[in-house]
Ligand binder design. Sequence first.
Ligand code: SF4
Length: 464
Amino acid sequence: MGLSILTALLKERGLKCNDATEESARYFDVLLITLYWWKDVYSLHKFIQKAKINLQKRKPLVICGGISALNPCVIKDACHYVFIGDIEDRIDEFTAAIQGKTEWEEVPGIYDFKKQSVTLQTASKICPIVHTENRQKAVSRIEIARGCTNQCRFCVIGNYKPYVEQPFEVIKKLIHSDTQKTLGLFAPNRGGHSRFSDIEDEVVKAGKKNIACDIRLDAIPKVKHAAAITCGIEGYSERLRTAVGKAYTRSDVISNLLAAFNLPKPGGGTITSLIVYLIDGLPAVKKEDYAEWWDTIAEVNEKLTKKVTLFISRSWFTPYYLTPMQWAPCDVYRDFNAEYGRSPNNKLHAEKRYDKITIAHRGGTPYTVRRIFQILAVRGDETAAPIIKALACSRKNQRLWTDKSLYGAKNFMKALDSKGIKENTLCGEWPRKKPLPWHFIETPTIKNDLYSDWEKYKRLKEGK
Ligand code: SF4
């Protein structure tokens, strides 16, 4: 979506923007590439090679942005510049640089790999842009808010992006004027919009459908109708949820999941399935945390009056940039599946204890070598960039991506060690005194002392 906003703003300023492919990319003047997931870091290296782009020629000029570009070290030699943060407030300087009227180095937020510092840019307003995606049915996506008023300790968005709302009157106009019947009214925390209920009513008045389904657990009671619900619970226990800054009590989880299963669906009936997100591998997770989770689900099961499906989407904890948990250790080797209760040898098989809830899965915590690839893309320094490139581009390395063995992962870690990337640096708790790989990013908008917030996590996980 960030790239859609950028291209819409550039087109408003008279610039010609087109989609690039591996075949056409090298004929462009400027390539703008957004990196969202950690895998996009690998995809960027692969794309530059496959598109036969010679970065030395500086045509096309390759400029990256997006959340996964917040550690520019790992994309060194795969682009010329990195834009750090949100573009809206800098669009005029950015346009002038594309037109050759100003130097790229003069654009605030541009990092050029030679500078010692760059200032993170944030948006003071949201441009009223509708982005229509042609899926099975066309969906018009409208951004209703940016940033978040919460600061979950693992979350990049909540910690550096100031909260900005699109005014209700603007959203109302966009809902009614857009020609599509299906809308996606999105925000990192859409239930936090001060006019959330009014926005929902406006969609109904316009005879349209909002397919946005992500909602904070504690905002579920505010939802009036939903085609689907997904929400992040993150920690398996009250202790872990408090530590990550999403302090839902056990009874919050129970009552809000029950409320979600009572929500009316637009076509009639009530919700019978929902997706919850959980994070495996949070620092100091214990078996007891998983046990508490399954007991919580047992209580939901007891109180339900119908059969439902609970989809569980588990991600693996990664210490992301510009968050209090950027210093946290991450466990690449631990068998979270066994602790969660999915091991085929686990006789209790936690998921099978319920008569009204069917537990299903979306994805799963990645296997060890993928965890190493992920942490390399997030926490690597400049030494990591050529290794990432080799993993992405060299055919002989492709088998590594599917190697699920612990032996393969340990060998890969040894290979990293021989290149100067130490396991303890990559996966251990980052020492306070050692600069993080993105230490040169000045962050005027971060209000909290991230490090003292990380210390709070450490105290809370001990139950203090
Ligand atoms: S995880 Fe969600 S609620 Fe928490 S800070 Fe991020 S966007 Fe906000």
